[in-house]
Design a protein around this ligand. Structure first.
Ligand SMILES: Cc1ncc(COP(=O)(O)O)c(C=O)c1O
Length: 397
């Protein structure tokens, strides 16, 4: 028997080797410090948990509309107006089981066989696989550290073909933490405004920004752009609600209706209880978000300052998300005992075994020569982890 040929288009994540090894070590009782995590280490705020408990007690346990309850979509409309100066109607919003599903269903609604989606690298691991499932082609633009991992208009121009259907912009970025200024966004917007292509704006890290960076939603740059932009956001990262699986898309009717159609034959609605929790997250007090953001910023400052003390490492100072993406290329060609470092997977496996620190190789995100280090971890773990990293890296000759 053979499974579907479709599976041959979807790769297994290259991070698997490192994360499987980290899991196995932990199972054996080895104290591994996990810098590979992609979720806040905080609990969901109390007011949000209480709203969910209330929803259960009030038996809000039935199917909802596939696109989400009108109350939640109204809360999302209000949020997009309040935070992003965007005017949407509730019919422009569809709620999904996590922003990941919002993205997946957006891509399925947008791309047909042979259609191209431009994706700047390094990218969030799932994007190209989603494109493959849809039968589309990913056109990868490799950004570079000198530009702060941001695409330029010239790079974008040269990636456009007659088959281009859209571009995916993740801002702030996972895995680099880079964030586009309003002027940089405007330059891209000016070029994209008159083209017949969609923009998928993954803005899931919107609330986690640092220093004096000011987040601007891509769709808010002009009315013309808004008509072809699909804003992707959710409650996972801002409200420490990754397990609740609640995300949303706002955009033009042909895509929003497409997502609705796909959901109506697959998952139907996002969990009703999570939808009630999300209403409270968006409408309720926002002080927990700021509290978490501040803690992330302290950790980021610590980790950035310690890592950049290591002579071989260069790193951009992230303005968003909760990752650092240091350049570790200078360790390539070095060795310690039986370890020979040829690439970011080798270095990650070495650091896992020698330092007992788990991180993610840059190749997983489509850019070799880097690793991703998450600071969604306690300060104690960061301090101990940095000590271990420094000591293991110093052994490489
Ligand atoms: C860039 C990016 N987009 C989307 C998601 C999906 O988030 P959710 O938990 O809402 O599915 C993630 C989660 O890691 C992410 O990093």
């Amino acid at each position: 028997m053979h499974a579907s040929k479709r599976l041959s288009y979807i790769g297994v994540s290259p991070t698997m080797k490192v994360s499987a090894k980290a899991k196995e070590m932990r199972r054996k009782g080895i104290d591994v410090i996990d810098f590979s995590v992609g979720e806040p280490d905080f609990p969901t705020p109390e007011n949000v948990k209480n709203a969910a408990k209330k929803a259960i007690d009030e038996n809000r346990t039935k199917y909802t509309m596939n696109v989400g309850t009108p109350e939640l979509r109204k809360a999302i409309v209000d949020k997009l107006k309040r935070d992003n100066n965007l005017d949407y109607d509730i019919s422009d919003i569809v709620v999904s089981s996590g922003a990941k599903q919002s993205l997946f269903n957006t891509i399925l609604s947008m791309l047909y066989v042979g259609d191209e989606l431009i994706i700047p690298a390094p990218y969030w691991v799932s994007y190209p696989h989603m494109v493959s499932v849809a039968g589309g082609e990913s056109v990868i633009i490799k950004t570079n550290e000198k530009n702060g991992f941001k695409i330029t208009v010239d790079e974008l121009k040269s990636a456009i073909t007659p088959f281009t259907k859209g571009i995916l912009l993740c801002n702030p970025s996972n895995p680099t933490g880079t964030a586009y200024t309003v002027n940089e966004l405007k330059q891209l917007a000016e070029f994209l405004e008159d083209l017949d292509i969609y923009i998928i704006a993954d803005e899931i890290y919107e609330k986690l920004t640092y220093g004096d960076y000011k987040f601007v939603s891509f769709a808010s740059l002009s009315e013309k752009l808004k008509k072809k932009t699909i804003v992707i956001n959710g409650v996972s990262k801002a409200y420490a609600m990754t397990g609740w699986r609640l995300g949303y898309a706002a955009g033009p009717p042909e895509i929003i209706n497409g997502i609705n159609k796909i959901q109506s034959h697959s998952t139907s609605n996002a969990s009703s209880i999570s939808q009630y929790a999300a209403i409270e997250a968006l409408n309720g007090p926002q002080d927990a978000v700021e509290k978490m953001r501040k803690i992330f910023e302290e950790r980021k400052n610590y980790l950035y300052s310690e890592l950049t003390k290591i002579e071989e490492i260069t790193c951009i100072n992230p303005q968003g998300a909760f990752y650092l993406f240091p350049n570790i290329g200078k360790f390539f060609g070095k060795a310690y005992g039986s370890y020979i470092i040829k690439n970011s997977v080798d270095l990650s496996l070495y650091l896992l075994e020698e330092a007992k620190v788990a991180l993610v190789p840059g190749s997983a995100f489509g850019l070799e020569g880097y690793v991703r280090i998450s600071f969604a971890n306690s300060m104690d773990n960061l301090i101990e982890g940095v000590k271990r990293l420094k000591s293991a890296l110093a052994k490489l000759q």
